[in-house]
Ligand binder design. Structure first.
Ligand SMILES: Cc1cc2nc3c(=O)[nH]c(=O)nc-3n(C[C@H](O)[C@H](O)[C@H](O)COP(=O)(O)O)c2cc1C
Length: 356
């Protein structure tokens, strides 16, 4: 037996919690359990433990060990490790901080009752108001600034970007999808990095120009592109069809039950392939970099869609495991981080927020 390498322990009120962030198991632990986990810091047999604790009843030791095994806090050398844990070893230099955060925030439950949620928030705001928007330094000397330039196409696009959750009936055209993908995710050029080879350049920045974010397309209503799941080949600007079907219901399930998502023309699932950044940057902080990169790409997507006169959205309410299963990725060496999508604009609706 050996202690799982993916344990973190913390005090929760008065109790000590031990969590295996690879398996998602969280248990209250007493001092005895902690001592046993300490003993199994390397492969050891139950017999060695019994020999080290001659005053303990062997049956009670066995019971304690089987509890730790059941909760995946210990691993057995004669059984395969829990799914995904071998790839998780590649996260070693980012763990426990990044791995714990990433894996313990997967597959969270989302409330689908928006009305009840809004009511509960309004109730709370009466006794504990929403913290104020924007900082100020009222005592500081001020420098007034000229109004920002608003003339021209670029400010017009920026100023008209909104999140849309309603879409027109028209399907996206192949040209629109091509522009969205090409201008957001397509490789625009190459950079020579001594010793490393060529690094791709895109319209968004990327830490070390590693570009670990991949885009998958759930094509729902795109003229000339059969409904389905695709991977976008960023180098060759083309779609690669993956097995499996795509429909409105599935799309909504991917986005944690948001039914409006199924009415979009296409949804893009943004994943991170961790190998490149983990190879180059052994610090857990790099996990932050990946989240920022997904944000850059998402904003570029939303602005491109706005420029095309489409209705874009972005969301982090994702059914991680379901998406990863359908994409055929393991959630450890490659995991979904973010989603964006777009449809045609609904007629006669200038500002989607007025419709909610
Ligand atoms: C990182 C991120 C996560 C978001 N997650 C969700 C989400 O889970 N569901 C949703 O409907 N909108 C989501 N949104 C969209 C916001 O609700 C939206 O941006 C906000 O209401 C402001 O509206 P605007 O985008 O039109 O300015 C998300 C936006 C961002 C940047």
């Amino acid at each position: 037996l050996r202690r799982s390498p993916f344990l973190v322990a913390y005090w929760d009120g008065s109790g000590l919690i031990v969590e295996n962030y690879a398996t998602g198991v969280c248990v209250a632990a007493d001092a005895e359990a902690v001592a046993l986990l300490g003993f199994f810091d390397r492969w050891r047999t139950p017999g060695q433990l019994e020999a080290a604790l001659p005053d303990y009843d062997p049956a009670s030791i066995r019971r304690a060990l089987s509890r730790l095994l059941r909760h995946s806090l210990l691993e057995r050398s004669d059984r395969p490790p829990p799914a995904g844990t071998s790839s998780l070893r590649r996260w070693a230099s980012w763990n426990p901080q990044a791995g714990w955060f990433h894996f313990s925030t997967r597959d969270v439950r989302y409330t689908r009752d928006d009305v009840a949620f809004a009511r509960a928030l309004a109730r709370r705001a009466r006794r504990d108001p929403l913290p104020k928007f924007g900082k100020r330094y009222p005592q500081a000397p001020v420098v007034p600034l000229p109004a920002p330039a608003r003339a021209g196409e670029f400010p017009a696009v920026l100023l008209s970007r909104r999140t849309w959750r309603r879409f027109g009936r028209r399907a996206l055209s192949q040209a629109e999808l091509g522009t969205l993908l090409g201008l957001t995710f397509g490789v625009q050029g190459w950079l020579r990095a001594p010793g490393l080879g060529r690094l791709p350049l895109k319209t968004s920045p990327s830490g070390g120009a590693l570009h670990p974010i991949e885009a998958y397309v759930v094509a729902l209503r795109v003229a000339g592109v059969p409904r389905g799941l695709y991977h976008y080949d960023a180098r060759r600007h083309r779609l690669e069809r993956l097995p499996g079907r795509a429909d409105a219901r599935k799309a909504a399930a991917y986005l944690a039950g948001d039914r409006w998502a199924g009415r979009a023309g296409a949804i893009l699932l943004l994943t991170a392939v961790f190998a490149r950044p983990q190879w180059k940057y052994p610090s857990a902080r790099t996990y932050r970099v990946l989240l920022a990169e997904a944000g850059h790409l998402a904003q570029t997507f939303c602005l491109t869609a706005t420029w095309l006169g489409l209705a874009p959205f972005s969301t982090m309410a994702l059914a991680d495991s379901r998406i990863e299963r359908d994409l055929g990725i393991d959630g450890v060496s490659e995991a979904v981080l973010y989603a964006v999508g777009a449809g045609a604009r609904p007629p006669r609706l200038a500002n989607p927020h007025l419709a909610r």
